[in-house]
Ligand binder design. Structure first.
Ligand SMILES: *[C@@H]1O[C@H](CO)[C@@H](O)[C@H](O)[C@H]1NC(C)=O
Ligand SMILES: *[C@@H]1O[C@H](CO)[C@@H](O)[C@H](O)[C@H]1NC(C)=O
Ligand SMILES: *[C@@H]1O[C@H](CO)[C@@H](O)[C@H](O)[C@H]1NC(C)=O
Ligand SMILES: *[C@@H]1O[C@H](CO)[C@@H](O)[C@H](O)[C@H]1NC(C)=O
Length: 340
């Protein structure tokens, strides 16, 4: 009896503490967490192994837990801060890589689409002899996972003069806010509070549910990209600026108050973009698939002398099998194995 009373006291104390210090939601942390959690749950077996291998030990194989790492290192790695977004010309509502993907000094490729290409390419060089030591592929994975989320946030592909809505002051219900932050965090937080008991897991489950029902066509879109290319950031950026014009900027001019009307009509867009980001992060799957091709090509390079076409084909399959088998069986080289 006494024990029980103490428990209840403890719980009450905890409850009142959490009322005084409410859980502080990070700057877009939940959006990134959602993208990474869903993506990791959908990886192919080989890609899941590769991710497990590359993640820092402290992440305990949870990509979501380190999905906001790139925001945390923005100041330490100062060069990385222009890689989170794209500024497009005001009011044009279009995106072109050659025109728009640059930093404030005009250096080409320094934008979120360029960064996605960059880290995808780095991950593709994994274990190739010449570049092996050049990149930190743990960082490449963490950057890629984060930027894939960013490029799907409509205002991360926004107008130049308002810095993606960062200089547009609005009220989110009664609170003063900038429009960019409304899309980074407020819409998601309000949805969590109203629909999912303030719990990000509820949101993640709901989106996952819709990916398998309402949104199966999104999976097909992803497959169309991956059929031809490793990743398609230019498509995601074009969709982004269109959503920014059609939904984010619309009805949200300087000084406006955004309430239920805005929330109710924009939440479906946020959910959809989170789902697309999750699916498109399966770029990791394509990278791992390409590694397989890459290894086959290497076999060919080692034995370049052409015999009759038939023999050389036979020879190749034979060698591939041997190579494949010995990697699988011997576990000599952990890294290579995971890509087979
Ligand atoms: C590419 O990655 C390297 C290593 O992190 C970084 O130094 C460089 O700035 C990146 N460039 C782009 C455009 O992402
Ligand atoms: C790679 O980057 C991670 C995260 O910054 C760091 O903890 C790790 O020590 C780096 N690895 C190497 C080999 O430099
Ligand atoms: C899932 O789809 C249903 C039906 O279209 C919709 O009402 C609901 O808001 C969607 N949920 C999420 C999280 O997208
Ligand atoms: C990929 O290739 C198929 C044909 O193989 C084509 O129909 C499709 O439009 C291409 N998709 C992209 C994104 O290039």
């Amino acid at each position: 009896m006494k024990m029980e009373g103490f428990r209840i006291f403890q719980i009450l104390a905890l409850l009142s503490l959490s009322a005084i210090f409410p859980v502080i939601h990070g700057w877009g942390t939940d959006g990134h967490l959602t993208v990474c959690r869903i993506a990791q749950s959908r990886l192919s077996e080989a890609a899941a192994e590769a991710v497990k291998n590359l993640l820092p030990e402290s992440a305990e194989n949870d990509l979501g837990s380190v999905c906001s790492w790139a925001d945390k290192v923005k100041f330490r790695y100062h060069w990385s801060s222009p890689l989170h977004y794209i500024d497009t010309p005001d009011d044009l509502c279009t995106y072109q890589y050659n025109r728009d993907c640059k930093d404030e000094n005009g250096e080409k490729g320094r934008c979120v689409a360029g960064a996605i290409n960059n880290y995808t390419t780095q991950l593709l060089t994994y274990n190739s002899a010449s570049t092996q030591a050049e990149y930190n592929l743990t960082e490449a994975l963490l950057f890629l996972s984060h930027y894939m989320g960013d490029i799907h946030q409509p205002l991360h592909v926004g107008f130049t003069s308002d810095r993606g809505g960062n200089t547009i002051n609005v009220h989110w219900y009664t609170r003063k806010q900038v429009l960019h932050h409304v899309w980074d965090a407020n819409i998601i937080e309000t949805a969590e509070e109203r629909l999912y008991d303030s719990n990000v897991d509820g949101l993640i489950d709901a989106i996952q549910q819709n990916i398998t029902t309402e949104w199966v066509n999104l999976v097909k879109r992803w497959e169309t990209c991956s059929a031809n290319k490793t990743t398609c950031p230019d498509i995601y950026a074009s969709e982004g600026i269109k959503a920014a014009c059609d939904w984010a900027y619309k009805g949200a001019s300087e000084g406006s108050t955004l309430e239920d009307d805005y929330f109710d009509s924009r939440l479906p867009i946020v959910n959809l973009r989170l789902a697309q980001g999750s699916l498109n992060l399966c770029t990791i799957c394509t990278i791992v698939k390409h590694k397989k091709l890459f290894l086959r090509k290497t076999d060919r390079l080692i034995f370049p002398r052409p015999r009759s076409p038939k023999t050389s084909k036979l020879m190749l399959s034979f060698l591939s099998c041997i190579t494949y088998g010995s990697f699988r069986i011997s576990h000599l080289c952990n890294h290579l194995c995971f890509y087979l």
